[in-house]
Design a protein around this ligand. Structure first.
Ligand code: HEM
Length: 144
């Protein structure tokens, strides 16, 4: 009889989750912090920033908890708030093509700035940006 534990271990090692590859919770937090810092700083994201509360501390926590689970780590967001229902939770904000694209550009910039030392190799950035693009597009609730 084969030993399921020793058989499973190499497969798990070969399929490290993005969460693991990006350095776990501190890695996710660094991404979220850079994302919101850029949103705060860069004039090109002013429209996106204006949709958010004056202080971004709560937004940082929620996005970090959500992305931790989304990237294959523990489900910190679900533990606190239940099902994410992301589209419903974004309905209070008017989201069209411009808001979607600002969000994706801001996230792409944050990943590029953190770069390879933080695990954001080009294939990783492409993979994540593709997944972010699907989610962000699903969040649109306004024509144009
Ligand atoms: C498409 C453009 C997007 C816009 C304009 C947008 C905007 C916002 C705003 C204004 C909030 C409220 C922040 C707060 O309450 O502090 C929010 C919350 C949130 N957003 Fe987005 N967002 C976008 C896309 C995304 C994407 C792609 C994700 C995930 C990959 C995401 C994940 C979240 C999460 C987890 C929350 C917290 C929800 C809650 O518990 O209230 N958002 N977003």
């Amino acid at each position: 009889m084969t030993d399921p534990v020793s058989e499973d271990a190499p497969a798990q090692a070969a399929e490290a989750t993005p969460f693991q590859l990006l350095g776990g919770e501190p890695g996710v937090r660094a991404l979220v912090d850079r994302f919101y810092d850029l949103m705060d700083l860069e004039p090109e994201f002013a429209g996106l920033r204006a949709l958010h509360p004056a202080t971004l501390e709560g937004s940082r926590d929620k996005l970090a908890w959500f992305l931790t689970g989304w990237l294959g780590g523990p489900n910190l967001y679900v533990e606190r708030f239940g099902h994410p229902m992301l589209r419903a939770r974004h309905l209070p904000y008017s989201i069209g093509i411009s808001e979607r694209d600002q969000w994706l550009t801001c996230m792409g910039l944050a990943m590029a700035e953190l770069g390879e030392p933080a695990g954001f190799t080009e294939p990783m950035r492409e993979r994540l940006l593709g997944a972010f693009a699907n989610t962000a597009d699903w969040m649109r609730n306004r024509k144009g």
